[in-house]
Design a protein around this ligand. Structure first.
Ligand code: GDP
Ligand code: MG
Length: 440
């Protein structure tokens, strides 16, 4: 999917002008690519219709970079179809809060149970218990027991011969005694949706009253995923979806169909067999991945939206005239960075940024930026314009005023000098505006 769509978009991306004809052809290609990726037909129709409306409208044809604008429209629509931002899990209830996992056999329920347990233990610092109600396959219970042992989750084993619904109840009782915050109940799957299976999982649901009922579905199964999602959605009050095997999903269709078919948000994505291979689902990232552009698009979007264009222009003019870059300008820049969620958030969005060592971005974190802004705020106007006048006693006064140490003031002044140097270089090359355009 990714290749096909990005190829057809590449063809129009650099164009200075687009006609309704080019757009129509690009849309035809995207439509084919989506159908081949096994996205459900109603979803494809709806998707293309929305893109068409926006594409032949003012938004794309009249824009300065129509090719780019079309890419953005396609990207935005993908995000819309997959559902907006990631919805976390609802864990607001009397502990142990129950999460029920349902889905077909082989979808990845047992693996996802362990992954989710680990995620909640590590990221949310929860005490998690798990229980398997899959009595049809004894190996399935052992599979979960082994995984629970690996990650250190509480595991409950019922006596053999206990029926699934009772196992779930006993598991809940056990989790309560162990003071677990969360109990995840794994269930049996079948090869096909059938009445018995649905009744069994409904009984379990009624017995343990989960706050989250997650439908686990294999991303590789394309339209079948959408069909089974619809069946489970009728039988159970689903609250969300776990899309597994997204790592091997060459076609990428399921992510686009499942949300629309179930009306439920995809909450997590399985990206491998190990227990740490689970990611909260971010529609914008997945859309960009499908479009093959890292998250550059959303980065550009954010920069455009949040950078105060006027201030950037003013600064650009000032630099061109050869006037100095002052501490007040530096403060403006810091504040803009803060508006964008800090450098860390920006770095996060760049392709390949996952490879940065942890903490690399945190030196620019929000608190650091706020401290830097506070230091500049404690200076007089004169000091901001002419930092050279800041001597030892002034530094002490500034430090006291902003609640930091003198060495923090020194550090800020050093960073400012570096920024000033960079600005001087950029001023020569054509300023901030050019740099911003370069990003696109
Ligand atoms: P269940 O029948 O629904 O409980 O499915 P299992 O959890 O036993 O998983 C079935 C198979 O899919 C196992 O071999 C898992 O290792 C594999 N699997 C599950 N989730 C993922 C995933 O996100 N990525 C990959 N590559 N394999 C997965
Ligand atoms: Mg299983």
């Amino acid at each position: 999917l990714s290749d096909r769509i990005s190829q057809s978009l590449d063809r129009v991306k650099g164009r200075g002008r687009l006609t309704e004809d080019n757009i129509r052809q690009t849309l035809r290609e995207i439509r084919m690519a989506l159908l081949e990726a096994d996205v459900a037909l109603p979803v494809v129709k709806d998707f293309i219709e929305h893109v068409r409306e926006r594409a032949v409208g003012q938004e794309v044809l009249k824009s300065l970079t129509p090719g780019q604008a079309l890419v953005k429209v396609v990207n935005d629509e993908m995000v819309r179809v997959m559902g907006e931002a990631h919805d976390g899990l609802n864990l607001h209830g009397k502990p142990p809060v129950v999460i029920l996992m349902a889905g077909l056999q082989g979808a990845g329920k047992t693996t996802s149970t362990a992954k989710l347990a680990r995620y909640l233990m590590e990221s949310e610092k929860k005490k998690v218990a798990v229980v398997s109600t899959d009595v049809r396959r004894p190996a399935a219970i052992e599979q979960l027991e082994t995984l629970a042992g690996d990650i250190g989750a509480v595991f409950y084993r019922a006596e053999s011969g206990t029926e699934p619904r009772r196992i779930a109840e006993q598991g809940l009782e056990h989790a309560r005694r162990q003071h677990a915050d969360v109990l995840i109940v794994d269930t049996a799957g079948r090869l096909h949706v059938d009445a018995d299976l649905m009744q069994e999982v409904r009984d379990i649901h009624a017995a343990v009253e989960p706050l989250e009922t997650l439908f686990v579905v294999d991303a590789m199964t394309g339209q079948d995923a959408a069909r089974s999602a619809a069946a489970f959605g009728e039988a159970l009050p689903l609250t969300g979806v776990v899309l597994t095997k997204a790592d091997g999903d060459a076609r990428g269709g399921a992510a686009l169909s499942v949300r629309q078919v179930t009306g439920k948000p995809i909450k997590f994505m399985g990206v491998g067999e190990k227990t740490d291979a689970l990611e909260p689902f971010h529609p914008d990232r997945v859309a960009s991945r499908i479009l093959g552009m890292g998250d550059v698009l959303s980065l550009v979007d954010e920069v455009q939206r949040k950078v105060d264009q006027e201030k950037a222009d003013k600064l650009g003019k000032k630099l061109k005239k050869g006037k100095g870059f002052s501490l007040a300008d530096f403060r403006d820049q810091l504040e803009q960075m803060q508006n964008m969620g800090g450098v860390g958030a920006l770095l996060d969005k760049l392709p390949g940024a996952g490879k940065l060592p942890p903490g690399a971005a945190s030196q620019f974190d929000d608190r650091a930026i706020r401290r830097q802004v506070a230091i500049i705020n404690s200076m007089t106007r004169e000091e901001r314009r002419k930092p050279a006048v800041i001597n030892g006693s002034r530094k002490r006064r500034i430090a006291r005023g902003s609640g930091v140490e003198v060495q923090d003031v020194n550090k800020l002044l050093k960073q400012f000098t570096q920024a000033q140097k960079m600005m001087r270089k950029m001023g020569k090359k054509g300023g901030m505006k050019k740099m911003m355009r370069g990003l696109q």
